[in-house]
Design a protein around this ligand. Sequence first.
Ligand code: ZN
Length: 156
Amino acid sequence: MQISKHKVASIHYTLTDNDGKILDTSSGREPLTYIQGIGNLIPGMEEGLDGKSKGDKVKIKVSPEKGYGVKDEALEQKVPRTAFGTQEVKVGMQFQTNQGGVVTVTKVGLSEITVDANHPLAGVELNFDVEVLDIRSATQEELDHGHVHGPGGHHH
Ligand code: ZN
């Protein structure tokens, strides 16, 4: 069986940036289990995994356009420090906005704080090392819900 649309695949992956820094890995955790072809993963990963078989080890390079998007400078904003009250604010901290999004602090000034609403991996070229552990067909219920049930997925 090969990974194709509506197949459920379990994978182990390690994600590094172009400097070799590990950004994320499933090593030491349960494998990532997802449904191919319905947007569970970023487009570059789905393309790179399409047609792969159980046991395959794949290196996938994903451009920002097929990853978490290019950086949009319009999403960087200066906010008055008073908006944070007496709370200590440091570069790298993340805050939930009233609109439900997440912003990351990129600069802390005396009276102004710069926050960035881009995804932290926007504009970053991604290098995935993937091992395909298992492939099966998705059930109709999983397709209706848009996520995997059972091991590595939702339990409900
Ligand atoms: Zn469900």
